[in-house]
Design a protein around this ligand. Structure first.
Ligand code: 5GP
Ligand code: SF4
Ligand code: MG
Length: 434
């Protein structure tokens, strides 16, 4: 998911709209916005279809959310709004509370009533029952009790708060905008609207934005960085930076390392667009094999309601091969990851149909062998192809002449060498932070 917020920013509705639009890749299932006075607009689908000009709500602070996993009804669309005796609050959450079931049970046994099935609602209940009158102290207490995984923005009558869990699993940034402040999941979203002085929020801290003051930082726990490395591999935009390290540059290095490790040679490198592009460029740079547009991407596909139910057909409508590039060639396809394997199976088939002599598949991350409990679509991951098959089996499944992944060791090395220490790679090595 993607989250955004504003404080003391004129026409916050429009600014949060622009931020969410820049974060659209983090979720296309639903979008929602809450503007001061706690008026909200929510709906299924893309930002452009939900947060429209006609529905403009005036106001100088707001928060918003784009969601990417499936959900039930419109009540389940974030931000959530609640009235507490500590004031009104609205909340948007990126992540996944690991022990949500037990915490819900605890709240309900004590008389709490949930109005959604979202784990995110737990924050609001904890805020309400926290043994403090002050809303700031209540939020600090709440976050010190919930371990992972979250980046949140919370709008209160008297402040905007932005916080990350102590592992810093999900990203969050803020910066200056005109006379106020803006918050977003990725720094590229902030840059896209012309925000300056961008700061990465520290794991284990809350930043409070209040009237007439500069941002106040409160630490609620010891930071122990385990940033999601999959943000670098696939999830985030290439123009985003985490720990001051650019996503595109990391993907290129992963692609270079992949060549160093396997030395697979062919006639042409074809990136699986869009997410495989940077890694393919790295592989091409290291191997000196030319990179070419062997697969063309249709950029207008993406709204699930116009998609056929069959996932194979979705891939065929999204990507199509160029015979002139792949015909009679030994083609090296480079992608960032294989999750269910459907995408790659179809692509290999298409590239063969277009006349390729051989099809080799290189993946610039290790095999995904475990689910993610920290906010990357778990339903997809329950059908992980690599958790059930060895590499030979996998190669046969996707129908490639060669299939090679980056090893866990080399993957880790790329991050260390780039200065990104303390990553999570649980879905690759089953070593989970929480
Ligand atoms: P597969 O068909 O193997 O499940 O999908 C792999 C492709 O989906 C890769 O090209 C990768 O870029 C992309 N991908 C990886 N993880 C995710 C995810 O969590 N959600 C979505 N929508 N795509 C993903
Ligand atoms: Fe990211 Fe994988 Fe860790 Fe989930 S398990 S937070 S996807 S690295
Ligand atoms: Mg992809």
């Amino acid at each position: 998911c993607g989250i955004a917020g504003t404080w003391n920013v004129e026409d916050s509705y429009n600014v949060v709209h622009d931020l969410l639009l820049a974060l659209q890749h983090r979720g296309q299932q639903s979008a929602g916005i809450v503007v001061n006075g706690f008026k909200s607009i929510k709906g299924e689908g893309l930002v452009e279809n939900v947060i429209t000009d006609e529905k403009f709500i005036p106001g100088s602070c707001a928060i918003g959310h784009v969601r990417y996993s499936t959900y039930g009804s419109i009540d389940e669309i974030q931000p959530l709004i609640a009235h507490t005796f500590k004031g009104r609050v609205a909340l948007a959450h990126n992540g996944n509370i690991v022990d949500a079931d037990e915490r819900r049970k605890f709240v309900m046994e004590n008389g709490g009533i949930f109005s959604t099935t979202l784990d995110s609602e737990i924050f609001i209940h904890y805020f309400s029952i926290a043994p403090y009158r002050s809303p700031k102290d209540s939020l600090q207490w709440t976050l010190s009790r919930i371990k992972a995984a979250y980046s949140i923005v919370m709008l209160h009558d008297t402040f905007l708060a932005a916080a990350r869990d102590t592992f810093g699993i999900r990203p969050l940034f803020y910066g200056k905008f005109n006379n106020g402040y803006v918050v977003a999941s990725e720094d590229s979203a902030l840059s896209s609207i012309g925000c300056t002085d961008i700061i990465e929020i520290e794991p284990g801290s809350i930043v409070f934005f209040t009237d007439g003051n500069s941002p106040e930082i409160i630490y609620f726990g010891q930071r122990n960085d385990r940033f999601c490395s999959f943000e670098f591999v696939y999830f985030a935009r290439p123009d985003s930076n985490f720990y001051g390290v650019n996503v595109h540059e990391i993907r290129k290095k992963l692609g270079m390392k992949l060549f160093e490790e396997h030395k697979v040679i062919g006639d042409v490198i074809v990136p699986v667009l869009d997410s495989g592009f940077s890694g393919a460029l790295g592989y091409s740079t290291a191997s000196k094999i030319p990179i070419d547009y062997g697969l063309i991407r249709n950029h207008y596909i993406g709204r699930s309601f116009i998609m056929p139910k069959n996932r194979q057909d979705i891939v065929r409508r999204k990507l199509s091969p160029l015979s002139s590039v792949v015909q009679d060639k030994e083609v090296i396809l480079i992608d960032d990851s294989i999750v269910r394997g459907t995408t790659m199976k179809v692509i290999v088939e298409m590239v063969r149909e277009a006349g390729a002599k051989k099809v080799y598949v290189g993946i610039h991350s290790p095999a995904v062998v475990g689910p993610c409990n920290y906010g990357i679509d778990t339903s997809r991951r329950s059908e992980l192809i690599a958790s059930q098959r060895d590499i030979e089996n996998l190669k046969a499944y996707v129908g490639a002449d060669k299939l090679f992944y980056l090893s866990v060791e080399n993957y880790k090395k790329v991050f260390e060498e780039s200065g990104v220490k303390g990553i999570c790679m649980g879905c690759f090595d089953l070593n989970y932070p929480a």
